[in-house]
Unconditional design. Structure first.
Length: 106
């Protein structure tokens, strides 16, 4: 089942840490960003994760839309803060993307 919403397919919903310490950007359907499928995806079958410098607890907290300590999956927005919902939600999401986009591979 494919999704026709550009945000849901091509923009990160969350980032998830992999067993090897690398991180994966996932879309709203928990597929790697850009994967527009309802099929089961085994992340390790695709070269879509990367190790990232500077992605420690402080940065993870800044990326998270939640007020709790982030774990191995960090959400950039949730159903209550969908970026297209209003200007405030969009500004918060874009700030998180700015932080994420300024990180470099390790």
């Amino acid at each position: 089942m494919a999704n026709e919403n550009v945000r849901a397919v091509y923009f990160p919903y969350c980032i998830q840490k992999q067993e090897d310490g690398s991180w994966l950007l996932l879309n709203r359907n928990y597929k790697p960003v850009g994967f527009n499928t309802g099929d089961w995806i085994t992340y390790s079958d695709f070269p879509v994760s990367m190790k990232v410098k500077g992605l420690g607890p402080d940065t993870l907290r800044k990326l998270s839309c939640h007020d709790e300590e982030p774990g191995d999956r960090v959400y950039l927005y949730n159903d209550g803060t969908v970026p297209t919902g209003d200007a405030k939600a969009m500004a918060a999401y874009l700030k998180r993307l700015e932080i994420l986009l300024n990180l470099e591979s390790a």
